[in-house]
Design a protein around this ligand. Structure first.
Ligand code: SF4
Length: 323
């Protein structure tokens, strides 16, 4: 029997599919990624924006099993599959490249990055979060904070890169020990879910500075009420990690006004940190879409918001047509 594992929207190797792959190979089955001709299909969906696509697939392949945070927060892998090691042969450099090739940057650099990602060790050392932010799926999908693996359990021996999926590493009482182990093993880490900068101490900031990172250290300032702890946390981190290595995600379209979004953007820039706008549920708000492009494309470095022509043009047309 052939098993088709359908990765609809991940930019990183999908851990659930990698475990399903190991499990089915152990049963003697052949496994292929994104092969719809297989006898049995499993599909993993990360983003809710993929829902329509999945619903269309479901009509075409009614027996396909679907899971993931973009589809159903309650679906969990059976324990015997959850406990499997990920299959590091499932993803190739070429597959990951198709997922990261958009945007600016040379093809050869993106291929190199895709190779690092495809070979990296991946997993959770802890799951869940101590907080319950209303806009976040983690509390519903993962529940309360709990330990899962040791660092050594999620390393791919073929690589020194490590993709850490922990939902809130800085809330982990063992955070310092884990960072120390990453440093001592000479790993290069990607803390994909970012850090909770409000929980930062000088000790954690120093430990973060002592490990090698695959990309920027990112954190979020999502709501106005978080202003003080976020700005204090950024200042603490800046004592050990230069601000050009930071990135601050800003949630927009949840419960902040546009003026508050612009205020957060300016405060973050005053600290010399790169902001990155995330639109809540990809709400089709034209102004926010333009704002996200202006910020994330670093267009603000060459042009003021008021002068940003695609937005100015659209606003003008809106006024002309009375919308
Ligand atoms: S702190 Fe982060 S992971 Fe935790 S609930 Fe809030 S947004 Fe989600």
């Amino acid at each position: 029997m052939r098993i088709g594992l359908i990765d609809l929207d991940s930019k990183l190797p999908n851990l659930a599919l990698m475990k399903l792959s190991t499990y089915h190979k152990q049963q003697g089955y052949e496994v292929a990624l994104n092969d719809f001709t297989a006898d049995k299909l499993y599909c993993s969906v990360v983003f809710t924006r993929s829902r329509e696509k999945v619903e269309a697939l479901k009509r075409q392949y009614p027996h396909m099993e679907i899971g993931g945070t973009g589809w159903d927060l309650s679906t969990k892998l059976p324990l015997e599959i959850h406990n499997c090691k990920p299959d590091y042969d499932l993803y190739t450099r070429e597959f990951i490249y198709t997922r990261i090739k958009g945007g600016i940057g040379k093809k050869e650099n993106k291929l190199k990055k895709a190779e690092v990602i495809a070979n990296a060790g991946i997993g959770f050392t802890s799951r869940g979060c101590i907080r319950s932010c209303g806009f976040c799926v983690v509390p519903k999908a993962e529940g309360k904070f709990q330990q899962e693996n040791e660092i050594r359990d999620i390393i791919n021996p073929r690589s020194d890169a490590l993709i850490l999926l922990d939902n809130n590493l800085t809330a982990d009482p063992h955070c310092l020990d884990k960072l120390r182990e990453i440093k001592e093993r000479g790993l290069v880490v990607d803390i994909t879910q970012g850090i909770d900068v409000r929980l930062l101490t000088l000790e954690i900031a120093k430990a973060l500075a002592e490990v090698k990172h695959l990309r920027s250290i990112h954190y979020a300032w999502d709501l106005m009420s978080f202003e003080r702890p976020v700005l204090e946390g950024i200042k603490i981190l800046s004592q050990h990690v230069k601000t050009w290595k930071h990135m601050c995600f800003m949630l927009v379209g949840f419960n902040t006004s546009f003026e508050e979004d612009m205020y957060r953007f300016r405060r973050i820039r005053e600290l010399n940190v790169d902001p990155y706008v995330m639109i809540y549920n990809q709400k089709p708000d034209t102004k926010l879409r333009h704002f996200a492009r202006w910020v994330n494309g670093r267009i603000y470095k060459v042009c003021r918001w008021e002068e940003y022509s695609p937005w100015a043009k659209e606003r003008e047309q809106g006024q002309l047509f009375g919308v």
